[in-house]
Structures are given as structure tokens and as C-alpha cells.
Design a protein around this ligand. Structure first.
Ligand code: NAP
Length: 303
């Protein structure tokens, strides 16, 4: 057991998965939970999510030595302001937000002296959300990035690292701005591109009479999976990782124009070289153990 009492604020995909993984590893004496809506709290009670589901932040945070902010990035500051009033001295506050710089700036100023702030981001997820979407193995063999701030207490960082490791993650420390740039490439921009592609298909649906749904091939289906992700979470990610996302999208647009031009001018060499380079990236991800090499992600047939 690493913490006596852990409070999960927000009971969605990430918090519920953390609960099941912490229970699997016997990492906390007691886990309390709070969610904004009575509906989510009732669901949590019904499925046994958390040892105790509380009706207020005050009750959930009371006596906790680790508080996890697991709400959308855009409300982290407001939630931290309320959490801060009930924190025990020496407690650690962490978050699981997909963006780090804006969250640090929004949360940090609310936390009182003597409380340790160790921001974090488990790089694992699915397109599902809510208290029933979590599962204990979500973080197994995935990365959890901790982005300590100046003055972060070394022992507090080490303890949080130990929890994530025993939850099943590989943990690395990273500078918050660097984190936001890396994630803009690996997660944020790809999500925006998926949203766009599915939006284009939706517009076309009207002229193709639903054929894009009926004949949807694996390439498009993969986009629709990503584009089914929670609208609130992703709105907040883009609004709070503005600079890095715009930088990557600028580069993306340039590359897209170059490929567009290669198609127009019949430059097959350019296309072939490009696709050869990108194929190597896929091999790298599989070799790093971050995805399966089964065709179509092991889901059976499809192109
Ligand atoms: P989720 O399943 O949509 O759950 C969000 C939780 O936050 C819900 O319990 C919700 O309460 C609560 N909440 C929403 N707005 C709130 C507010 N204004 N005040 C208080 N509570 C509020 O979300 P999630 O996927 O677990 O994501 C949580 C965090 O993890 C986000 O910051 C996200 O960026 C980050 N993250 C997500 C993923 C992913 O793939 N999903 C991966 C890594 C990190 P109600 O149910 O009562 O509305």
C-alpha cells in the first residue's frame, strides 16, 4: 500500500481505470470518489467503483494523502480551487490531463503551501468515457508522463511514480512544454485529422446516399473510432494546447499539399518514398511493444 487514502475527483474512463488498477495492485488503503452529477455517482455506487463515493469534493478530499484530478482539462483550475480548501498538509495533488502547461498554470496557484503538486498524464485511453468504461489493464505497458514543476518534492514524485509503475505503466519525467509538443504530434493533431475526415464523409453522405457508411473500409472505420471520442475532453485539449497543435497542423498542411501536388503531377517516386518512410514508423511502434502487428489490429478482415 503506497497511499492511505486516494481521492479521485471525476469518475470517468481514466479515474475508473485507475481505481480498478489500484485495487488490483492493493495500492491504497481507501479510495474515495466524487463526480459532478448524481447520475455518475449513482452509477459508481452501483458498480462498486471506489470504496466510498462522496456527494461533495470536501468529503472526498478529507484526509486524502493523494488527490487525483481526473476531469476535463478546461475545468481543472475551477476544480482545484475547490479541492484546495480541503487538502491536508503534506498531501500530493496530481492530475491526468492530456495537456500539461495550461493545467499547471491553472491548478498550481490554487494549491496551498505544504501540498505537493505533481502533474501527470497517462498516455492510454479509448474512445469510451464515463464511469463504466474503465478497466484495470488500461495502463498496462503504456507510458505515464510526469511533468514535475520547479520545487516539486522529490519524495512526492517518487511515491507517485511508484503508484503508476505498480498500476502497470512505464513512467518517464518530461518538461511540460515538451510534453505538449510531443502529444500534439502523437495524439492531438491525429484526433483533429480524424474528426475532419469523418466530418468530410458526413458532408458527402448526403450526395452518396449513405454509401460511405455501408461500404466503410478499415481506413475510414479507424478514423470513426477516434472521432467518436468525448467532445468535451477534446474541445478542451485543443483550446488548451493551442500553440503546439497549430504548429503541427501547419506542418501537416504543408506535407498534405506536397502529396497533393505529387498526385496531380503523377510523381509516383515521391509518393512511394513517402509511404516507405511512414511504414518504418509503424514498424518502430510495434517493435516498441506499443501496438499489435496483427492485420487490422487483430479485428479480422477489412482493408
Ligand atoms: P470522462 O470519462 O469524460 O470523465 C470525466 C469526469 O469528469 C466525469 O466524472 C465528469 O462528471 C467529471 N466532470 C466533467 N466536468 C466537470 C466539472 N465541470 N466539474 C467537476 N467534474 C466534472 O473523461 P476521461 O476520459 O476520464 O478524462 C479525464 C481526464 O483525463 C481529462 O483531462 C483527459 O484529458 C485526460 N485523459 C483522457 C484520456 C482518454 O483517452 N480518455 C487519456 C489520458 C488522459 P460527470 O460524469 O458527473 O459529468
Amino acid at each position: 500500500m503506497i497511499y492511505k487514502r486516494v481521492a479521485l475527483i471525476g469518475l470517468g474512463l481514466i479515474a475508473s481505470s485507475m481505481f480498478w488498477a489500484m485495487r488490483r495492485g492493493n495500492l491504497a488503503g481507501e479510495v474515495t470518489g466524487y463526480a459532478r452529477s448524481a447520475e455518475t455517482r449513482d452509477t459508481a455506487r452501483r458498480i462498486g467503483l471506489c470504496d466510498r463515493v462522496c456527494d461533495s469534493i470536501a468529503e472526498a478530499v478529507d484526509g486524502a494523502d493523494l488527490v487525483v484530478l481526473a476531469v476535463p482539462v478546461g475545468v481543472m483550475g475551477a476544480v482545484a480551487a475547490e479541492v484546495a480548501q480541503h487538502l491536508a498538509p503534506g498531501a500530493t495533488v496530481t492530475d491526468v490531463g492530456s495537456v500539461k502547461r495550461e493545467v499547471i498554470d491553472a491548478v498550481g496557484p490554487h494549491l496551498p503551501e505544504g501540498v505537493h503538486f505533481v502533474p501527470g498524464h497517462p498516455v492510454a485511453g479509448t474512445e469510451h468515457s464515463g464511469p463504466e468504461s474503465g478497466f484495470a489493464t488500461l495502463f498496462d505497458n503504456r507510458w505515464c508522463l510526469l511533468t514535475p514543476v520547479p520545487g516539486s518534492d522529490a519524495d512526492a514524485v517518487a511515491r507517485l511514480r511508484a503508484v503508476w509503475e505498480r498500476i502497470g505503466s512505464n513512467v518517464e519525467e518530461m518538461d511540460p512544454d515538451h510534453h505538449d509538443l510531443v502529444l500534439a504530434v502523437t495524439s492531438h493533431a491525429p484526433h483533429l485529422i480524424a474528426y475532419t475526415m469523418v466530418g468530410v464523409a458526413d458532408d458527402l453522405r448526403r450526395v452518396t446516399d449513405s454509401e460511405v457508411i455501408k461500404y466503410s473500409a478499415a481506413g475510414f472505420r479507424d478514423f470513426t473510432r477516434i472521432a467518436a471520442s468525448d467532445p468535451t475532453m477534446w474541445r478542451d485539449v485543443f483550446l488548451n494546447n493551442k500553440e503546439a497543435t497549430l504548429e503541427i497542423l501547419g506542418r501537416f498542411t504543408e506535407e498534405l499539399f506536397a502529396l497533393q501536388r505529387a498526385i496531380r503531377t503523377g510523381d509516383g517516386d515521391h509518393l512511394h518514398d513517402y509511404f516507405t518512410r511512414t511504414r518504418a514508423i509503424r514498424r518502430g511502434i510495434i517493435e516498441a511493444g506499443q501496438d499489435t502487428d496483427a492485420p487490422n489490429f487483430g479485428r479480422g478482415s477489412g482493408t
